[in-house]
Design a protein around this ligand. Structure first.
Ligand SMILES: NC(=O)c1ccc[n+]([C@@H]2O[C@H](COP(=O)([O-])OP(=O)(O)OC[C@H]3O[C@@H](n4cnc5c(N)ncnc54)[C@H](O)[C@@H]3O)[C@@H](O)[C@H]2O)c1
Length: 370
């Protein structure tokens, strides 16, 4: 394709973060924005200078000028909108999680295959600077053989939009599952999970999920490596953490216990050193490098639309945008590709199912044959 890709962003809360990144990407035309509320759609459209605006997702995906959509709507819309956009012939990037059921996972894979379009789940953790640092160690052979992986995502979600209230913790597990499977370039074969504790009664009814914590083990398909992930969303006392540990035969990486500390490398089992994680902006086109440290939030309070936010999702946003765009232009699988995206999401969906069944081992369907 010789012209720039016409990008449309759907959902303008978190989604607004990506508008200036695509605007500055040398191979993208930030073409359209879409959300249901006309007033705030116009406000955001005007603030960023995006002329083409849609209040209807269905109308947006009928626009022949749109090459790709980046979906940032509420969780339950991710899969239906992704499938509809793929079937309308658009490349799709979608924020996490990819879906909420196995049927949706299968349909996403089918729609991507039948349309020949790209699908990428925009998992921030696997493009964070911490992940890129461990990936660099892995690729340089410094970790040795990867023996075990572990992740946790502990976050109190009181005060977030209503659809979060009572959500089963493992239904939003991609931030801890993805780095574990990403670093071994793998997909999970089966999962077993226990639920623990009990959340407030008024929250339980919404999704029928009583657990404060859920903790799961999974086996990596065709590898002799296993992983463990832990999540909580409500009614436990713990500072926010999205952590990832990777144990190698030569060197292991462990996340810090508390914010503002540094991660630790265990070298050869005896030597322990704290590491300052470098930034990876140099991997990006010049125009979007600054976004590894800069975010755009809250139009009302920030007149010039932006502020510096130390680590904003590990500096992942411009890497995600760039990966999505280049996977289309180079016609190659994105990281994660559609299979990884749905597998990493299904680990959480089936982990919750397992927890409801007292820890039963559940096999994860392999949709690669579709
Ligand atoms: N680290 C991460 O990867 C990360 C961080 C934050 C949010 N998220 C994801 O981003 C998503 C959005 O988060 P948020 O905090 O902005 O949510 P939000 O509920 O505040 O905003 C949702 C946006 O979607 C729009 N929307 C709703 N229904 C729509 C429809 N039918 N058509 C078009 N637009 C529609 C709304 O108008 C709004 O702009 C969530 O699903 C969350 O999972 C991911």
């Amino acid at each position: 394709m010789s012209r720039k890709l016409n990008m449309a962003i759907v959902g303008l809360g978190f989604g607004s973060e990506f508008i200036p990144i695509y605007q500055r990407h040398p191979l993208v035309n930030m073409y359209a924005v879409c959300q249901r509320n006309k007033e705030s759609l116009d406000k955001i459209g005007k603030a960023f200078g995006v002329e083409k605006r849609y209040i209807s997702f269905e109308d947006l995906i009928q626009d022949p000028q749109v090459d790709c959509v980046h979906i940032n709507s509420p969780i339950h819309l991710h899969a239906p909108q992704s499938i509809a956009a793929l079937r309308a012939g658009k490349h799709v990037a979608c924020t996490v999680p990819a879906c909420t059921t196995l049927e949706e996972a299968r349909e996403i894979v089918k729609a991507a295959k039948e349309s020949g379009k790209k699908y990428m789940m925009m998992e921030t953790v696997v493009w964070s600077r911490e992940y890129l640092y461990v990936r660099e160690l892995r690729d340089a052979g410094q970790l040795g053989r990867i023996q075990f992986v572990r992740g946790s995502h502990l976050q109190n979600m009181y005060g977030w939009p209503g659809y979060w209230e009572g959500l089963p913790p493992m239904h939003y597990a991609t931030h801890c599952v993805s780095p574990c499977l990403g670093i071994v370039s793998g997909e999970a074969e089966f999962v077993s999970c226990l639920g623990s504790g009990r959340i407030a009664e008024k929250l339980i009814a919404k999704y029928g999920s009583p657990f404060s914590f859920e903790t799961a083990h999974f086996k990596v398909r065709n590898q002799d490596v296993a992983g463990e992930v832990t999540r909580y969303l409500f009614d436990s006392a713990r500072q926010y953490i999205e952590s990832f540990d990777c144990y190698g035969s030569q060197t292991s990486f462990e996340w810090q216990l508390t914010e503002h500390d540094d991660p630790v490398l265990h070298v050869g089992g005896e030597k322990v050193e704290k590491v300052k994680i470098p930034d990876y902006a140099h991997l990006l086109p010049e125009g979007i490098r600054e976004f590894t440290t800069k975010c755009v939030y809250d139009l009302a309070e920030n007149a010039h639309l932006s502020f510096i936010q130390g680590s904003g999702h590990g500096g992942s946003h411009p890497h995600l945008a760039h990966e999505f765009v280049m996977s289309i232009l180079e016609d190659r699988p994105s990281f994660p590709d559609v299979h990884q995206s749905v597998n990493w999401t299904m680990v959480g969906i089936l982990a919750h199912e397992s927890a409801l069944r007292g820890g039963e081992k559940i096999y994860i369907p392999n949709f690669r044959g579709i």
